[in-house]
Design a binder for this molecule. Structure first.
Ligand SMILES: [Zn+2]
Length: 291
């Protein structure tokens, strides 16, 4: 795809995260990144797009799911391209097992490759934390919200998947708590990003889901929920996750919130809603630089 052709739809003029096109040996690999996370100097990270991979059809082209019907060899090649573009090692990816829990697992050197080149050996893990340099925390998306955490003081990181269940269960806070327990992390030292996911306009929910948010976030209800009538609501997952993180002690100036919607950009990103489930997975990756 031509560079000029890559334009994300956003609500505001600026776009966050930014797009970078890694070019070498004649290959182009576009990915999204946060200047705020890069500025820490401590991590490598990205949020992938649909572009730059080898998968076909509904998986075109950078599908990162092994379980939705794509060819295994194509998905492996897609992971190879992610590792090449970020300058990280293929054998060091560590996967979540995302089931909309608020379970956070500490991973270490012994977990390298789990999910990609060997069996995971764990289930129901929606967040990963580590202080091991080179290990690539790996989470997967098609509308749900990625949360990135970088503790610059204790050199530890976290990466979490937060759909509506994770959001109402305060996954952001659960991840920080786990980092606090394992690495003595204090929220004031943590730089955070909320990644590309479905926007309020595109995200219609039913009344029973709306009620759960009403119960958990009563004082913010006008900011996060829009009533559409006939028992339908629109939920702002970006703002709700921001509230969760700020209430957990993250400083506003340490927080970067996306304005890229997966569903508004279904040609560039995978969206479960926009494709009615016929789609691949995007990936969020975060890794402490090796020195
Ligand atoms: Zn949208």
């Amino acid at each position: 795809m031509e560079e000029s052709a890559i334009k994300f739809k956003t609500a505001s003029k600026e776009q966050m995260p930014l797009l970078r096109q890694d070019e070498s040996e004649g290959r182009i690999f576009p990915y999204l990144y946060y200047p705020l996370l890069e500025k820490t100097g401590m991590v490598k990270h990205c949020f992938t797009t649909r572009m730059g991979g080898v998968s076909k059809g509904i998986f075109e082209s950078l599908n990162l799911s092994f379980t939705r019907g794509d060819e295994r060899a194509a998905v492996e090649e897609n992971f190879r391209r992610v590792s090449w573009a970020l300058g990280i090692e293929y054998k060091n990816f560590v996967f979540t097992d995302q089931t909309h829990t608020t379970n956070v697992r500490r991973v270490g050197r012994e977990d390298a490759g789990k999910g990609l080149i060997r069996e995971r050996g764990y289930t129901d893990v929606d967040g990963l934390i580590t202080d091991e340099p080179g290990l690539i925390l790996s989470t997967f998306y098609a509308d749900c919200v990625p949360l990135y955490f970088v503790d610059t003081k204790h050199r530890a990181i976290g990466l979490s998947h937060s759909g509506w269940r994770g959001t109402v269960g305060r996954m952001g806070e659960a991840t920080l708590r786990a980092m606090q327990r394992e690495f003595q992390t204090e929220p004031k030292d943590v730089v955070c990003a909320i990644g590309p996911s479905i926007c309020q306009n595109c995200y219609e929910i039913s009344e029973d889901v709306a009620m759960e948010f009403q119960k958990e976030f009563p004082q913010y209800i006008n900011e996060i929920l829009l009533e559409k009538g006939q028992g339908k609501y629109q939920l702002d997952l970006w703002r709700t996750n921001e509230i969760v993180l700020l209430e957990a002690g993250i400083m506003q100036e340490h927080l970067s919130v996306t304005n890229i919607c997966t569903c508004c950009n279904e040609k560039l990103l995978f969206s479960h809603r926009a494709s009615q489930g016929r789609r691949g997975n995007l990936g969020a990756f975060l890794c402490i630089k090796e020195v």
